[in-house]
Design a binder for this molecule. Structure first.
Ligand code: ASP
Ligand code: MG
Length: 406
C-alpha cells in the first residue's frame, strides 16, 4: 500500500468524458489498495475565460476579488470529479483550499504556500475516502481566497504530497513525460525514465513547459518523488528523483529553449562605478527580471557597451524606464531586439566532465549560428542566438550530445 497524490491538469479534466476517465484512473489506484488524494486544475480554457471576465469588468481590478473569480474554475472540477468517483463506487469528497486549509502568504494572484494542515485529509484517506482538492488556491492571513499564479496547481500537488508524506506525486498531463528536447521540434527526442530534481529545475526555468518551476523547487526541497505522465496513455512517465537514484548518467540530459526572450544593448555607456546599479535598479524596482548580462571591457576606460536579456513581454516597459534615465546614464544608443531565443543544454554530468561548452559552441559554429551572449551554471550552458535559428540549434545540439534516438 502506498500513499499517492494524483494531480490532473486542465486538458485531463477538459470535458465530462475526460473527468470520467480520470475517475477510472483514481479508482484503479484505490482498488490496488492505495490511499489517494487528488489535486485538480480548472477545465482547460476555464481559467483564461475567468481572467478575461475580470479584465472586462475593470482592467485594474482588485486582486483579492480577481482571486475569488479565478479560483472558481478549480472548485467546479473538484465537485464534478467527486461526483464521477461516487458514481463508480469510490468514496470521495471535494476540498477547497480554505477547507484543508492550505495557508499562503496572501500575495493575491501570486501567493506562496506557507503551510498545509494535512490532518483532515489523512483522516479521510485512512477511512478509505478519496480527497479531491482544488489546485491553484489557498487562503491568505485574512482568510481570503488567494491563488498561486498561473500553472500553480502543480505546486499545490507537490506541496500537498509533502504535507501528507505521500510516497509519490503523480502529475498527469497531456504529454507522457519529460523528453530530451521538445518532441515537436526534435523528431528523435527520447522520453527520459528518470531525471534529477536539479536538472528538472533548470529545464523548467529555462523554458520547458512541462512542470511549473516552483513545483519542482518544492519537490526538490521536500524530496517528493514526482512523476510526470499522460492521463491519456497507460504507461509510466518520467520520475523526478534524487541524483543517487540515477544509474546511467548522461553528460547532457536535455536541450531546451525559451522563445520568450528579448535583448537590450546600451551602446557607449559611461564606464564608472554605479552605472550597472543605475541601469538595473529601476528595472528590478519595476519587477522586471534580467537574465543574461554582458558588459564589454572598455577600450578607452571611459565608455563601454552593456547587453542584457529579459522577458519579451517586459521589453517595452524596460525601454521606457531606461529612456527616463538617459541623462544620468548617458548612453549613445539603446538597441532593443525581439528577435532572439535562448537555447540551453542541461545535465548533472557536466559537474564532472569538461568540454561541454566547447562541444556546444563548436556544433553551433559548424551550422553558422552566431552566439550573442552566454551564461553557465554548474549544470547548464545557455546561449542567446537569433530566433530564426532556434529549431536548427536545438536539433544540432541534440545530435551533438548523443541524445538522438536510434
Ligand atoms: N487553472 C490554473 C491555470 O490555468 C492553474 C493550473 O492549471 O495549474 O493557470
Ligand atoms: Mg497546468
Amino acid at each position: 500500500m502506498a500513499r499517492l497524490v494524483m494531480k490532473f491538469g486542465g486538458t485531463s479534466v477538459g470535458s465530462p468524458e475526460r473527468i470520467k476517465n480520470v475517475a477510472q484512473k483514481v479508482k484503479r489506484e484505490v482498488e490496488a489498495g492505495n490511499q489517494v488524494a487528488v489535486v485538480v486544475s480548472a477545465m482547460s480554457g476555464e481559467t483564461n475565460r475567468l481572467v478575461d471576465l475580470c479584465k472586462q469588468i475593470d482592467p485594474v481590478h482588485d486582486q483579492r476579488e480577481y482571486d475569488v473569480v479565478v479560483a472558481a474554475g478549480e472548485q467546479v472540477t473538484t465537485g464534478l470529479l467527486s461526483m464521477a468517483l461516487q458514481s463508480v463506487g469510490v468514496k470521495a469528497r471535494s476540498w477547497q483550499g480554505w477547507q484543508v486549509p492550505i495557508r499562503t502568504d496572501g500575495m493575491h494572484g501570486k501567493a506562496r504556500i506557507d503551510s498545509i494542515d494535512g490532518s483532515a485529509l489523512i483522516a479521510a484517506m485512512e477511512k478509505g475516502e478519496v480527497s479531491v482538492v482544488a489546485g491553484f488556491q489557498g487562503v491568505g492571513p485574512e482568510d481570503r481566497i488567494a491563488t498561486l499564479g498561473r500553472g500553480g496547481s502543480d505546486t499545490s500537488a507537490v506541496a500537498l504530497a509533502a504535507a501528507l508524506k505521500a510516497d509519490r506525486c503523480d502529475i498527469y498531463t497531456d504529454v507522457d513525460g519529460v523528453y530530451t528536447a521538445d518532441p515537436r521540434i526534435v523528431k528523435k527526442a527520447r522520453k527520459l525514465d528518470r531525471i534529477t530534481y536539479e536538472e528538472m529545475l533548470e529545464l523548467a526555468s529555462l523554458g520547458a513547459k512541462v512542470l511549473q518551476t516552483r513545483s519542482v523547487e518544492m519537490a526538490m526541497n521536500h524530496r517528493v518523488r514526482t512523476q510526470v505522465l499522460s492521463s491519456f496513455a497507460d504507461q509510466p512517465g518520467t520520475l523526478v528523483v534524487d541524483e543517487d537514484e540515477i544509474v546511467e548518467k548522461q553528460i547532457v540530459s536535455g536541450v531546451t529553449y525559451s522563445a520568450d526572450e528579448a535583448k537590450i544593448t546600451l551602446v557607449g555607456v559611461a564606464d564608472r562605478p554605479g552605472i550597472a546599479a543605475g541601469i538595473f535598479g529601476p528595472l528590478s524596482d519595476a519587477g522586471i527580471n534580467v537574465d543574461m548580462i554582458v558588459q564589454n571591457i572598455s577600450e578607452d576606460g571611459k565608455q563601454t557597451d552593456m547587453t542584457f536579456t529579459l522577458g519579451r513581454s517586459d521589453l517595452d516597459r524596460a525601454v521606457a524606464l531606461l529612456q527616463k534615465q538617459e541623462k544620468s546614464l548617458g548612453w549613445k544608443r539603446l538597441v532593443p531586439d525581439r528577435n532572439v531565443t535562448k537555447v540551453s543544454v542541461v545535465g548533472v554530468g557536466m559537474r564532472s566532465h569538461a568540454g561541454v561548452a566547447h562541444t556546444m559552441f563548436k556544433a553551433l559554429a559548424d551550422k553558422g549560428i552566431n552566439i550573442q551572449a552566454i551564461t553557465t551554471s554548474e549544470i547548464k550552458v545557455s546561449v542567446l542566438i537569433a530566433a530564426d535559428y532556434n529549431e536548427l540549434a536545438v536539433r544540432t545540439l541534440h545530435t551533438a550530445f548523443g541524445l538522438d534516438a536510434e
